[in-house]
Design a binder for this molecule. Structure first.
Ligand code: NAP
Length: 256
């Protein structure tokens, strides 16, 4: 018996990294999974891998979380194609400051807001459910940063990632409180550095990789499957009395 038997999950950012690993793991736990991403081919690949792994239903759709209408439409599309909706994983995001202030806030914060603003009442109207947001250790503390030679405060959009992720932790608490009596639980996961395409640039040089590892008391970066395991817990009825938390999955990064 799987931990998510009978549940239908919508995951954004499901073409890659944490989203893909979570889609695969949630399907193994019995969920039917809608894989949504701005990268439709990647989302399709995730759904195909799920179908090849076993008998679970999986589908894919193209969506840009920055576009409110896309996120709203994805909720009903999931119900139409997979027969229900119990869990929304607002996971899509972009990395670092290279995207600049406006785009980082739009995707990493406003994108999650779209999922909460439309998703929470949608689940409430269907009897309840669980929403999970991907925050970051950067949603709990400031980042020490990697020395690039250019002062961080002079980089365009410096701090946007941290501001967006702190916003996600705030939205998580607010929506948890607002929707608690309607049976919608809202929690966030705060990953440390995880080995995904997003962090490939900081893992390019040995020296920087060792530095990043040293920020985690466990002495390593994490794997996307370790975030997926936490997402399964927050999606499942095992976390039935948990709402409004921001769960660090970070090898101790925020413990010191
Ligand atoms: P990833 O491997 O780059 O996957 C992110 C996925 O989201 C990609 O498929 C990406 O498509 C997609 N995406 C980007 N913009 C989108 C948009 N506007 N609408 C829909 N999909 C979009 O990154 P990841 O590491 O798995 O990151 C997933 C989440 O974890 C993000 O919210 C990130 O901030 C968070 N996080 C990651 C780490 C880490 O160390 N990896 C740590 C803490 C938090 P494209 O590739 O086409 O852009």
């Amino acid at each position: 018996m799987g931990k998510l038997d009978g549940k239908v999950v919508l995951i954004t950012g499901a073409a890659s990294g944490i989203g893909r690993a979570s889609a695969i793991r949630m399907a193994l736990e019995g969920a039917a999974v809608m894989c949504a991403d701005i990268d439709l081919n990647g989302a399709r690949d995730t759904a195909i891998r799920i179908a090849q792994d076993g008998s679970n239903a999986a589908a894919s759709l193209e969506l840009d979380v920055a576009i409110e209408a896309d996120v709203k439409a994805a909720l009903q599309t999931t119900v139409d194609e997979l027969g229900g909706l119990n869990v929304i994983f607002n996971n899509a995001g972009i990395g670092g400051n290279e995207a600049g202030w406006d785009k980082t806030i739009m995707v990493n914060l406003t994108g999650v807001y779209h999922g909460l603003f439309h998703g929470a009442p949608f689940l409430a109207a269907r009897g309840g459910g669980s929403i999970i947001n991907t925050a970051s250790v950067a949603g709990l503390v400031g980042l020490t940063g990697i020395q690039t030679g250019e002062p961080a405060e002079l980089q365009p959009g410096a701090g946007a990632y941290v501001a967006a992720k702190h916003g996600v932790t705030g939205l998580t608490r607010q929506y948890a409180v607002t929707f608690a009596l309607q049976g919608v639980r809202v929690n966030a996961i705060a990953p440390g550095y995880i080995e995904t395409p997003m962090t490939a640039p900081v893992r390019e040089t040995e020296e920087v990789e060792r530095y990043i590892e040293s920020l985690h008391p466990m002495g390593r970066i994490g794997q996307p499957e370790e975030i997926a395991a936490a997402a399964v817990f927050l999606a499942s009825d095992d976390s039935s009395f948990i709402t409004g938390i921001v769960l660090p999955v970070d090898g101790g990064y925020t413990a010191r």
